[in-house]
Design a protein. Structure first.
Lengths: 157, 438
């Protein structure tokens, strides 16, 4: 082979393969992304009931969801609150969703949601009201399914 | 090289190189959904198969025999055009019957042995077969039928309708030294797809392309240019195209070949220049019958360069045209079909309210390197926005706790636990994960 041909061949092969080599080296150096713990980025708290509830009446317990750092709850993302009670407490509404929030923040990603969870006390005595909150909490890099249960102690008189 | 020769050779390279590329797309499309058989991808591959058949007809063992063959079955001067057309059509029908049957048989073997095609050794072997056929077309050696078989096949047929049909049936086999390499390569490819409809259809169209010159001459519609040295150049061009096809076939097992397909202006210019140097070395215009060993060696080196350049140009243009992965949405069907065709699967669980999922779509998947790699995969997207019973069942099946989650399934249908990830990842991480799955 004549020298100019050989030179051109080497140069062209180098040009064609240079990018490929760089890409491969970069890819090899990449590591798998750690799975983020988004669950720790939301506080679900039941505000304690301050006063006894008169028997035979209805009242509301207050639930606060506080999303920390860059975590949010998107309007379209699932959020379901399943409410249960033990006698003499019975939930007035067994399921709540984002639209039931005090300020639902329609079409927005929010960092705080508050709910009034209605219940009835049918007789005097001590009972509990519980709420299982199932939702997707999102950060910029991931959305995680999070389940939290909170309980209120209810004294009816 | 004279102008008609250059044009013919260029057309042959373009046509044959793209046959496997287009057929690969068509196979994926055709298996995606029954309606996919009429999609643009299939129409494209059908067109390419037709041109490929036509190119085969202008090789040294076929082209000079066209006028002789048509006169043998009775379509000669003085015969009415309608009779000439009928006889020629029967001859072409004979070719089509043989080739279509071969296509279906090849695809059937692929169905049986489809999973074997996942083995890099098998893919490498098939690539070597392609390469061996291409060397034959370049003139390094000749593939010949045994003398006795050739004599018997040459005696088949004669004047009249049945004679024309019989001659058509055996013609593809008689011309094996020229048609064999191309035919063998396409059949090997079809076997790899395991797709009966695709196999039959592509070979039927290929046969019609090959039969067209016979039909035109038989009906006295055209007078063919005189055969000459240009036929050998066309054969060399087809050999180069086949070599490029071999590279395309083995690219799924050779990462560096896939890297070459990442579109870049500089790389494309490099390929064009590489093709120019290869052509100047005598890839097409130098006859391998030349006694000069140095010229023979330069022709082979040049042919390899042009084949690599053709592979790079066609492949990177294909990646650029795709823009992003070709997503499917039925995971069970995709996994079943991927297992048949021995392809790994990438399953992406996403939701419309998930910003990280949108980031994957906006930044990671459109990366040209990821797109190039995705051609090796069956790509599936599962919309988990509603989180209804169906979404939850699928999420449970694949242990999806967050979004986006990307699950990899290997070509044997097994989920690869070590490679899955949850959350947004950049293109480099995605690429590394995809490359680790086979």
């Amino acid at each position: 082979m004549r020298a100019p041909h050989l030179g051109a061949l080497v140069a062209l092969m180098t040009l064609a393969c240079a990018g490929a080599g760089a890409d491969r080296a970069h890819a090899a150096a990449a590591t798998a992304a750690p799975e983020p713990d988004v669950g720790s980025k939301v506080d679900v708290s039941a505000v304690p009931l301050e006063k006894p509830v008169p028997a035979g009446t209805t009242a509301a317990a207050h639930l606060v969801l506080l999303f920390k750092a860059d975590a949010t709850h998107h309007w379209g993302a699932p959020l379901k609150i399943l409410v249960n009670g033990s006698p003499p407490v019975t939930p007035a509404k067994k399921t709540l969703g984002r639209t039931d929030a005090v300020e639902p923040g329609r079409d927005k990603a929010v960092t705080r949601l508050e709910f009034d969870v209605p219940f009835a006390a049918s007789a005097t005595g001590d009972g509990t009201l519980s709420a299982l909150v199932s939702m997707f909490v999102c950060t910029e890099t991931v959305c995680d399914s999070v389940d939290r249960t909170v309980v209120w102690k209810v004294h009816a008189e | 090289m004279s102008e008609p020769v250059t044009a013919a050779a260029t057309a042959a390279v373009a046509a044959a190189t793209a046959v496997a590329t287009a057929a690969a797309n068509a196979a994926a499309t055709a298996t995606a959904a029954p309606g996919g058989l009429l999609s643009g991808g299939l129409l494209w591959s059908v067109g390419i198969a037709f041109v490929g058949g036509l190119a085969t007809a202008i090789t040294p063992c076929v082209y000079p025999l066209i006028p002789i063959t048509v006169s043998l079955f009775g379509a000669k001067k003085g015969v009415p055009v309608s009779r000439g057309a009928a006889l020629s059509a029967l001859y072409v029908l004979g070719i089509a019957l043989t080739y279509t049957t071969l296509g279906v048989v090849a695809a059937s073997t692929g169905r049986i042995f489809g999973a074997v095609m996942a083995s890099p050794w098998v893919v490498g072997f098939v690539g070597l077969v392609f390469g061996g056929f291409s060397l034959s077309l370049l003139g390094v050696y000749e593939i010949q039928l045994p003398e006795g078989l050739r004599t018997r096949l040459n005696s088949v047929g004669g004047a009249g309708p049945l004679g024309a049909l019989a001659m058509g049936l055996v013609s593809g086999i008689i011309a094996a030294p020229c048609t064999g390499p191309i035919l063998g390569s396409i059949l090997t490819f079809i076997a790899g797809t395991g797709n009966l409809k695709l196999g039959g259809l592509l070979m039927l169209v290929f046969a019609l392309g090959m039969g067209l010159p016979f039909f035109l001459v038989g009906t006295a519609l055209v007078a063919l240019p005189k055969p000459g040295g240009w036929l050998e150049k066309v054969e060399s061009a087809l050999g180069i195209a086949l070599l490029g096809t071999a590279l395309y076939f083995v690219k799924n097992t050779v990462a560096v070949l896939r890297d070459l397909l990442v579109p870049s202006t500089w790389r494309l210019l490099g390929f064009v220049a590489l093709a120019g140097v290869g052509l100047s070395l005598g890839a097409i215009h130098v006859s391998y019958k030349a006694v000069d060993a140095r010229k023979k060696a330069l022709k082979l080196v040049g042919a390899c360069m042009v084949a690599l350049a053709g592979f790079g140009i066609f492949g990177s243009l294909q990646v650029a045209a795709a823009g992003g992965p070709d997503w499917r949405h039925d995971v069970d069907a995709a996994v079943a079909e991927a297992r048949t065709s021995a392809r790994p699967v990438l399953v992406d669980f996403w939701a419309n309210w998930c910003a990280a999922c949108n980031e994957l779509d906006d930044k990671t998947y459109p990366d040209a390197r990821v797109v190039a790699e995705s051609f090796r995969f069956t790509m599936v997207k599962i919309d988990a926005s509603e989180q209804d019973a169906e979404d939850r069942a699928l999420s449970a099946k694949y242990a999806v706790a967050g979004l986006p989650t990307v699950v990899f399934i290997d070509s044997k249908g097994n989920v690869v636990p070590a490679t899955r990830f949850t959350g947004w990842v950049d293109a480099e991480t995605m690429l590394a994960a995809m490359r680790s799955v086979h």
